[in-house]
Design a protein around this ligand. Structure first.
Ligand code: NAI
Length: 480
């Protein structure tokens, strides 16, 4: 018997009764819905806008499409080194925007079709959890409907945080929501916050030809990255002429009335810009999500509190994705959805291991990692051996003309200076977000250096660098 039916309303279901009611149709919610429906559960999913959520409509997908356009711009600019000459390339922003939208629309159409095909009932409106697993929906086309689930999953995601004095104003100040819909490419931009979103937007704008400044409050951008990887990003950003100002506080801005503004920061410094992008984190979107009688606890930042299986404080209610305090990544939302459905089915799922999830940051150069950084492994008490290899020595990297970056692997020291279990894999360079897969598996499968070094990598390929770096940790090597 499933956990849901142990706690739920029984097997005779009416039109408003479901095995699972999910509030929120982003990656967490729709992932749980698709996975649950594939296991035979009858599912309703409440969504107030479009299925796909932030990731598909205002996040990952449009942001990466724009990054790709910026990369194409740089490729064309550098085509002369391959003997291919072109006129000076120009960015036609309206075409750029419509291509991005086409990709989003195509994916939305595919997802909507899949949801229908799995017989998941999508209810258009805003859902609120009351007591006894009742979800009241303010329907988008008027009226209300009450759904009842044997189990309920809260998956309402997150929204951009703003800072006082820098609220989005529809012209010069924006968050990621508005940035992805910009009508014009700015000539100058100030990005406040040097986290994943800030660095991706800064990279996009700089590679499109804008003058970009990042203002970061902490002493360095991308805090939490392995030190050697962070240095590579910083060096590449300098090459692109991104002005990185870390350890500074912004104090306000003064629009000039003609489309520009002057941002004040640090010790009385100012900078004039055409666009301010605020990327200082995202807060959980749990406003009015649960009634007091529902018994679901939120923490003081508004995150739904959950245990390791994503169970909330209320029996039969789970919460997943950006509205719980775990890494705000779409693929973490998918994993949590799978975990929650497994628990609802009584299958004793393995909890998500948050310390070893794959991270992928799509600025140029790309960053990808899983597991401990060198500093974190040492802090956790491991004796480690470390090996780094640079793309400069990799044949495929030279062929494609992108030789900046490295692969760094951290393994447990076997006592003789050779590596045992792989603890962390950190990459920066060309297409590393596509190369992390085997590093992620190595860390999570608790593979040893000797086991991995036995296997072949295609030649010539960028992924050879991973294989060579692992082999170096055995004490022997080919090119490394
Ligand atoms: P973040 O929390 O990763 O970074 C925000 C940055 O802003 C921090 O470095 C913080 O120190 C800085 N900051 C905060 N207040 C500031 C202020 N007043 N002035 C200057 N700097 C300030 O948040 P971000 O980049 O907005 O991303 C939100 C979430 O989405 C994160 O969890 C992120 O990991 C995730 N995400 C991940 C992506 C990826 O992995 N490719 C892409 C996009 C988002």
């Amino acid at each position: 018997m499933s956990n849901a039916s142990q706690q739920g309303s029984g097997s005779q279901q009416g039109a408003d009764d479901f095995d699972v009611v999910i509030i929120g149709g982003g990656p967490g919610g729709y992932g749980a819905a698709l996975y649950g429906a594939s296991a035979g559960l009858r599912i309703a999913m409440v969504e107030k806008e479009k299925v796909g959520g932030t990731c598909l409509h205002r996040g990952c997908i449009p942001a990466k499409e724009l990054l790709e356009t910026a990369h194409v711009h740089q490729t064309v600019l550098g085509a002369g080194t391959f003997g291919i000459t072109t006129d000076a390339p120009e960015v036609d922003w309206s075409v750029t925007q419509s291509r991005k939208q086409k990709v989003v629309d195509q994916l939305h159409k595919g997802l909507s079709g899949l949801i229908k095909q799995r017989k998941i009932e999508t209810v258009a409106g805003t859902g609120r959890l009351e007591s006894d697993h009742s979800v009241t929906v303010e329907l988008s086309d008027g009226g209300t409907r009450t759904l009842k689930g044997d189990a309920v999953i809260l998956a309402t995601g997150s929204v951009p945080r703003t800072i006082p004095g820098f609220e989005p104003d529809g012209s010069v100040v924006c968050t990621s929501d508005e940035f992805l819909e910009l009508a014009n490419l700015p000539r100058r931009a100030v990005v406040i916050g040097g986290g994943a979103i800030g660095c991706e937007f800064a990279s996009t704008l700089a590679d499109m030809g804008a003058d970009v400044t990042i203002l970061e409050a902490l002493p360095k951008i991308l805090p939490g990255l392995d030190e050697d990887v962070a240095k590579q990003v910083l060096r590449a950003f300098k090459k692109k002429k991104i002005d990185v100002r870390a350890g500074v506080k912004v104090t306000g801005h003064e629009p000039d009335g003609s489309g520009a503004t002057t941002v004040s920061f640090g010790d009385g410094e100012t900078i004039e810009t055409d666009l301010v992008v605020v990327s200082v984190g995202r807060r959980p979107y749990t406003d009015s999500l649960v009634d007091d009688g529902a018994g679901v606890d939120l923490d003081d930042r508004g995150f739904v509190t959950v245990d390791e299986l994503c169970r909330t404080s209320a029996d039969g209610v789970w919460s997943i994705g950006d509205c719980i305090a775990t890494p705000q990544l779409a693929h973490v939302g998918f994993a949590e959805g799978i975990c929650a459905i497994g628990d609802i089915l009584g299958e004793h799922p393995v909890p998500v291991d948050y310390h070893a999830v794959p991270w992928a940051i799509y600025c140029k150069p790309e960053v990808a990692f899983a597991g401990y950084s060198e500093e974190a492994a040492k802090e956790a008490g491991f004796d480690v051996v470390v090996s780094s290899s640079r793309y400069m020595g990799n044949s495929r990297a030279q062929i494609i003309g992108e030789t900046d970056g490295l692969v760094k692997i951290i393994a447990e020291d076997q006592g003789d200076g050779t590596g045992g279990r792989v603890l962390g894999v950190h990459m920066v360079g060309p297409w590393v977000t596509e190369q992390l897969g085997q590093g992620y598996l190595a860390v999570n499968w608790e593979a040893t250096v000797d086991e991995i070094a036995h296997y072949l990598q295609p030649h010539p390929s960028l992924s050879e660098l991973f294989g060579e770096t692992v082999m170096t940790l055995t004490g022997r090597s080919l090119h490394g």
